[in-house]
Design a protein around this ligand. Sequence first.
Ligand code: GLC
Length: 509
Amino acid sequence: MTTQHPTAALHVLFLSAEVFPFAKTGGLADVAGSLPKAIRRLGHDIRIVMPRYGFIDPARWALEEIISELPVPFGEGTEPARIYVARHNEVPVYMVDNARFFHREQIYAYPDDAERFLYFSRAALELARHLNWAPHIVHCNDWHTALVPNWLKVVYRDDPFWQRTRTVYTIHNLAYQGVFDGHVLALAGLADQGFIVHPAFPHWQRVVHFMARGIIFADMITTVSPRYAREILTPEFGAGLDPLLRERADSLVGILNGIDVEVWNPATDTLIAQPYDVERLEKREVNKQVLQEQAGLPVDAGVPLLGFIGRLTEQKGVDLLVAVADAVVQHLNGQMIILGTGEAKWHEALQSTAQRYPRHVKVFLTFNNPLAHAIYAGVDMLLMPSRFEPCGLNQMIAMRYGAVPVVREVGGLADTVQDFDPRSGEGNGFTFGTYAVEAFLTAIVRAVENWKYATTWRRLQERGMRTDVSWTRSALQYVDVYRQALRTSGDMPAPLREKLSFVPLSEGT
Ligand code: GLC
């Protein structure tokens, strides 16, 4: 039981494998770079921990070394970490440095990712103890940090330092689960507890499933939109984990992401050609021209300009994007600008589309932040035909920049974009339900038809720009979840505990 006064400031240790602006592959970095700031402004002592990847230059970010050798338990022994701190924003960002694990060119996709991220997570806990700063909450994000709740309930169970600490585990994307073979248990110091036996998941007796352990052992679980929180309880969106998630449904809360409205502000954005705001929306047109030029497309205010930004993966609906291009070009005389990197097959498909329509389609197969800003500021519509979308941040950025989102009604897209109704004038974008080219195209056609009416369109843009996409409300909801976690006993809920048993690594199959 906790003696924490309900209004007292909380100590929160926030763990993320990527944090903007230091390291980013996707939305997780944006959340880690902005949510803690909002929580800190509510008066809480929140501190971030992330790895110090080789590409994060200590001089550029003015990193300060605070510990030269922190011993981190790893396998039979310990592996030392150097700890830096960055004070880039109001929130301290501790960085765990270890040449063997993190001095690489990329964040992920190495054969030893399990080792790398379990080492990072363990170092974060050892760091808190070294600083003698006991967190009320350890807030873990995605599979990379999902062993933390497991450790606190097993390895650190009787350690007085961690007695009052509770864990919150946030799922940003159920598609990346972190499943590895048994040797990881020994490295994590979990060999004795071993594999998890659960009647619905027989294969867990041979693998270590990071995401599942986060869900099983965390005191509270969140995901990044209310709609996704409901979706993942079903087989369609549960990515195989829906039976487990249903068992923990009482502890699962969906909280909509916000965006950093200081980073994403068309009135002060130095990365766009012409700043503008909702009162001076006509100035925005310059950005469309500049973008068309930059993309090597004919400069023409009279054609609809459609954008896409994102990882080029199955999730993002790239197949629909490719399939719709012919109609957009031939029937709507539209231009398309696509920015992103991902799977080779989508690179090829998009490239051949661009070759077919050099005056209409431009594809940038790269990750380029300034260009992303220019696209949000320049396109008429932003397309997000996602197969699934835990939250999605781009539709919120688009709205803030007066680009009208055309999205599929899933996950956070459904929670943030309301379909435009020309009769009532309500709605802030265009949506479609069925994952099919015709449905997507219908939404695009409706958008383009409305775009032709300047006053209608301007009202749509204004409504989007006035939508509250900041963290204000959601940060309060996270604090509520922290307090809910603190009210738990710290024991696993009985119905789940009764289903589970454990097989030590030495006896595993
Ligand atoms: C993942 C999800 C995306 C979400 C982001 C931040 O990238 O795919 O929908 O917005 O995490 O939570």
